[in-house]
Design a protein around this ligand. Structure first.
Ligand code: 5GP
Ligand code: ZN
Length: 116
């Protein structure tokens, strides 16, 4: 799937997810809307493991204070969960190194034992 838009105006040049949003690093794209993209986690920890990522850079969910981006992010999370899982899933935002965050660009993990 090709990225439809390039709208990452607040790109962080050292950020791997900004590079994915910009199409500079290849990924298995699942879905996209104006404000967010969803792609497969490179090292899946469940049969379904999808990352949903706002297009604008922020370090974590506490730093993401753009209402449109937040709404777009959650709309895409709901779409991915509805179309790629059987309706049972975990939604996780690891926030801070101690709590398991390793990529410091806001992202939601959608994890499920069962795909649709
Ligand atoms: P965190 O540990 O920050 O909550 O989640 C980061 C996730 O990004 C991890 O599950 C890791 O497997 C995934 N990841 C790291 N680098 C890449 C990459 O280059 N491409 C993809 N698709 N996933 C990545
Ligand atoms: Zn970024």
């Amino acid at each position: 799937m090709e990225l439809a838009t390039k709208m990452n105006e607040e790109e962080n040049l050292d950020c791997i997810f900004c590079k994915i949003v910009n199409g500079d690093v290849p990924t298995e794209l699942i879905a996209e809307n104006e404000h967010a993209i969803a792609f497969l986690d490179l090292y899946p920890k469940a049969p379904v493991h999808i990352l949903v990522v706002p297009k604008i850079h922020s370090d974590n969910i506490l730093q993401l204070d753009n209402s449109s981006s937040l709404i777009g992010l959650f709309e895409l999370i709901r779409k991915v969960a509805a179309t790629k899982t059987d309706g049972q899933f975990k939604l996780q935002f690891n926030t801070g190194q101690r709590e398991g965050q390793s990529v410091f660009h806001t992202h939601a993990h959608v994890l499920s034992e069962q795909s649709k």
